[in-house]
Write a protein of this length. Structure first.
Length: 429
């Protein structure tokens, strides 16, 4: 058996699975793993790792807004690996196979006819949202100071599709997916950090990771891809890591932090220092030991230190930091400017673990499509939306084919937010 390399979340698990492949087929093995980032930060994720038979390599999908990977590592747990001998197609023994097929057929028809007219998830993945958010003035630029930027086109969905995403692969997260929006980059050479010069394959980027670029003032797709890989390998949430970095850059811009406080100048558009902070957060070294605690902690820490060092009033400084410290309930904002969407603001406030879009992603239907024009419709959606999206998580189903591909019949119903009848297809399934 090979010795596990370091504490990388993905590479460590690859070795574990490779050892098991002596007895099992790789497609019958899966794992969840937490990396070194969870050991040294409050926003560690878990990588859900599986074997892609078409790409002939392991792939990873990420989960853990709120620090699931941090919890694992604090319990001394690095990875859980499972094997199965069951058939991949009918292992769950459906109670009514014909009903399952019919529900899938109806949903597939909606995806095939409507996705090309909407976000184009099958073609672009979720990176297609960059252009939509920029055009709607809700792409977070320079820590949410602005909602659009003239260079955002450099991160458009077609840029990733044409230059980076590997063509010819049905990119579903799971066996049988008919939306196939989970894109990947094959064999890209790292340009910085401890793995500089190494050729890696990257799963993603998704919109949330791509939007980290504008948040820190960097409009370079290679930076986004490399940032994605390092965060996955370390087991760090790209959203919290990126928004925390953006907050610290604005603190530097406004004079609340100096190069002496951080150890270097952390400035908009500086790739070198943006990467340096990520490596320090993952290792728990330098300023990363403090930054890894997240924005809520940082606001108090900066207010205390800035006030003491500048004869200032701690509460006054904290009040100023609250204006641009983008967190709610201790969780950093996901990457949407919500000032023009009351529904999304409410979604962030009502979500159980804070400002994350998993429970209540309503900015598209509320602002881009204007499907919730009244306060009554917004309120109904805020009550119902988180319940159903949480139901998706509980049943292990993907919510994107439901809400991100709009059923044309939904606009004629009393509550368009439910996207009926697509929601009914999932209930039947």
């Amino acid at each position: 058996m090979k010795a596990p390399p370091g504490e990388g979340s993905i590479s460590y698990t690859e070795v574990l699975i490779e050892n098991l492949c002596q007895e099992k087929k790789p497609e019958n093995i899966a794992a969840v793993a937490a990396g070194i980032g969870g050991k040294h930060s409050s926003f560690g994720i878990i990588n859900s790792i599986y074997y892609d038979m078409r790409r002939k390599r392991l792939r990873a999908k990420q989960a853990g807004r709120g620090g699931t990977g941090t919890v694992m590592r604090h319990k001394g747990l690095k990875a859980i690996v499972v094997t199965s001998n069951l058939s991949r197609s009918q292992a769950n023994h459906p109670a009514n196979l014909d009903m399952v097929k019919e529900a899938g057929r109806k949903l597939k028809h909606v995806i095939k006819t409507q996705d090309p007219r909407g976000i184009q998830l099958r073609a672009w993945g979720t990176t297609g949202l960059i252009g939509l958010m920029n055009n709607s003035d809700i792409l977070p630029v320079h820590n949410f100071q602005m909602g659009a930027h003239e260079e955002a086109h450099r991160l458009d969905g077609e840029v990733f599709r044409d230059k980076y995403f590997a063509a010819g692969y049905p990119d579903g997260c799971y066996y049988g997916c008919n939306l196939a929006c989970s894109k990947g980059v094959e064999e890209i050479t790292m340009q910085s950090g401890p793995h500089k010069g190494m050729s890696v394959s990257v799963d993603g980027p998704e919109y949330e990771t791509a939007a980290v670029g504008p948040a820190v003032g960097i409009f370079d797709p290679h930076f986004v891809i490399e940032y994605n890989w390092y965060c996955d390998e370390y087991g760090l949430d790209t959203i919290s890591a990126g928004v925390t970095t953006a907050f610290l850059m604005e603190c530097s811009q406004r004079g609340f932090l100096s190069a002496d406080d951080i150890g270097y100048n952390l400035r908009w558009g500086d790739k070198e220092t943006a990467f340096r902070l990520i490596h320090e957060i993952a290792s728990g070294e330098g300023f990363g030991k403090i930054a890894g605690r997240g924005i809520r902690f940082l606001k108090g820490w900066i207010a205390e230190n800035y006030g003491r060092n500048n004869n200032g009033d701690r509460e006054t400084v904290l009040h100023e930091l609250e204006k641009f410290g983008m967190e709610c309930k201790g969780l950093e904002f996901s990457l949407y400017v919500t000032k023009e969407s009351l529904a999304q603001q409410g979604g962030y406030g009502f979500a159980l673990k804070g400002a994350q879009h998993d429970e209540a992603w309503m900015i598209f239907m509320d602002q881009v499509n204007n499907e919730l024009p009244t306060f009554e419709l917004k309120a109904k959606a805020l009550k119902w939306f988180p319940l159903f999206r949480t139901w998706f998580n509980a049943t292990g189903l993907c919510k994107l084919p439901w809400i991100d591909v709009r059923n044309p019949e939904a606009a004629n119903t009393s509550e368009p937010a439910k996207n009926l009848p697509s929601a009914q297809y999932f209930v039947e399934y």
